[in-house]
Design a protein around this ligand. Structure first.
Ligand SMILES: Cc1cc2nc3c(=O)[nH]c(=O)nc-3n(C[C@H](O)[C@H](O)[C@H](O)COP(=O)(O)OP(=O)(O)OC[C@H]3O[C@@H](n4cnc5c(N)ncnc54)[C@H](O)[C@@H]3O)c2cc1C
Length: 455
């Protein structure tokens, strides 16, 4: 069967690429999208299937946008690519030809090869598969003692959601000094850990998992801090790009194993683009390869690739986009964009922070008001915003997006200090204490009043 455009992968990156391609290139193109399952999960909603939603079928990505864009959804797995002939073969034995191909094959969870016991029954990963997670959901229903290995945002959110059932003992194990350390400075990580502990999660940081034990089915997790009984284990120690197809087809991969792409999402083959978790990411500041894997970034790339099928119409500004994300643990919202202070200092960047604290309604006596805390990280000399973190209530999600835009557009402290602002008692902090503004002012106060340091 012949198509103008074939997209491999039906996650956020594949969907948005297909829809954008239709919008930009018009109704004449024949576009097909492959996915192995009849239903695609909302990936970021996965933790909530195990708690708040308590159902897998309430977390399905609607097909409506694909149907409206007249994209053929082909339920099949692509098993090989012939880039010279511009054809591909599927698991069902069909062959398709294409003019342009977009790889959106996503990522797979990492299973540590050296860790004993990962093959025992009831040791799960968070694979973004409807069938697999339906089975995990069914099996976890009977489990009381659940150990989650890995305190990144996926592990932390899974712990938080599984702990909603009061008859469970949830243990979250992180090898580093803090959970969420990749995106937050220690004081923000501690807030998250405290919120999880208050929810009843046993949080063990600086703890190494030595092995998972049991006779056929998991019974315990052995760690540097002792043995923990377990009816089930969830491994949440990271993900790697799913690029076997690309590698076999001879596309260039990066040292991290992602498909190498330029700022227009074009691969080493002129008719193949790659987007989302399978595509290489470039660190916004250093230009080096970055391990970030986020749906938000995947969709930015997809909007770029969908436009660029035949010529470059859109490029990621500066070749990349700063990572930005938010999470909620134990009722506390945490958001982060760009560099943390810890990471900036690790890179040898001279930074000065600005802090702002307020309440997200005004007056703070209004029902539902939550404290909100902002930390902005600036280049000391230039005043350029390098990153920011926010902790508080529901407003955190959008506030961190504002910070991400400011980082992405290389704004400076004065831009934020004098930022255009709309405020309302029921919706935001007061204009007098808006925490992004006061954090920028805090930075300016520090550098304007600092004695010359002579270097
Ligand atoms: C539990 C969890 C929570 C998350 N929360 C957030 C969040 O809050 N915010 C955020 O920004 N990110 C979040 N992420 C990350 C986000 O889910 C990923 O970055 C995003 O899903 C990447 O989208 P993608 O389309 O590139 O890849 P994927 O979502 O991995 O989709 C790839 C698709 O390709 C299909 N595929 C692969 N190979 C083939 C083949 N050969 N043939 C046909 N189809 C194929 C797969 O089956 C899959 O459906 C979360 C991830 C997880 C696991």
């Amino acid at each position: 069967m012949k198509y103008d455009v074939l997209v491999v992968g039906g996650g956020p990156a594949g969907i948005i690429t297909s829809v954008t391609a239709r919008k930009v290139h018009g109704p004449g193109l024949k576009i097909g999208l492959f996915r192995p399952e009849s239903k695609t999960l909302v990936p970021c909603g996965i933790p909530y299937m195990f708690g708040t939603l308590d159902a897998v079928d309430k977390n399905i990505m609607p097909d409506k946008p694909l149907e409206a864009a007249k994209v053929d959804i082909i339920q099949d797995e692509v098993v090989s690519l012939d880039l010279e002939a511009k054809t591909l073969k599927t698991a069902s034995g069909s062959e398709y030809s294409f003019d342009k191909l977009v790889l959106a094959t996503g990522s797979e969870p990492v299973v540590p090869s050296g860790l004993p016991g990962t093959d025992l029954d009831n040791v799960f990963t968070i694979r973004k598969s409807y069938a697999y997670l339906t089975e995990v959901h069914r099996r976890l229903a009977d489990c009381r003692d659940i150990v989650i290995i890995g305190g990144g945002f996926i592990g932390a959110e899974m712990a938080d959601e599984l702990a909603r059932r009061e008859d469970r003992n949830i243990t979250l194990i992180e090898i580093m000094d803090h959970c969420l350390w990749q995106s937050f400075d220690p004081e923000f990580c501690e807030m998250g850990e405290k919120a999880l502990a208050e929810k009843g999660v046993k949080v063990l940081t600086g703890t190494k998992v030595l092995g998972i034990t049991g006779d056929r089915r998991v019974e315990a997790v052995e760690t540097s801090a002792g043995r923990f009984k377990a009816d089930a284990v969830v491994l949440a120690i990271g993900a790697r790009p799913n690029t076997a197809l690309a590698a076999e087809a001879g596309l260039r991969l990066t040292p991290r194993g992602a498909v190498a792409v330029d700022s227009g999402m074009r691969t080493s083959h002129p008719d193949v683009l790659a987007v989302g978790d399978c595509a290489a990411k470039t660190d916004f500041f250093s230009g080096e390869e970055s391990p970030v894997m986020l749906a938000s970034v995947a969709t930015i790339e997809a909007r770029t690739a969908g436009a660029n099928l035949y010529s470059v119409k859109a490029m990621l500004p500066g070749g990349s986009t700063p990572g930005a994300f938010s999470t909620v643990v134990g009722g506390l919202a945490l958001g982060s964009a760009g560099l943390t202070e810890t990471e900036a200092r690790r890179r040898g960047i001279d930074v000065t922070v600005g802090l702002g604290e307020s309440v997200d309604r005004h007056p703070g006596t209004l029902p539902g008001a939550s404290p909100i805390k902002v930390k902005l990280v600036f280049s000391t000399m230039s005043g350029e915003l390098l990153g920011g973190q926010v902790a508080g209530g529901a407003g955190v999600g959008e506030m961190v997006n504002v910070i991400a835009l400011a980082v992405g557009r290389r704004m400076e402290a004065t831009d934020l200090y004098l930022m255009p602002l709309g405020t309302h008692p029921l919706l935001t902090s007061a204009p007098t204490t808006y925490p992004v503004v006061t954090a920028a002012w805090d930075y300016l106060g520090r550098v304007l009043t600092a004695p010359s340091r002579g270097h």
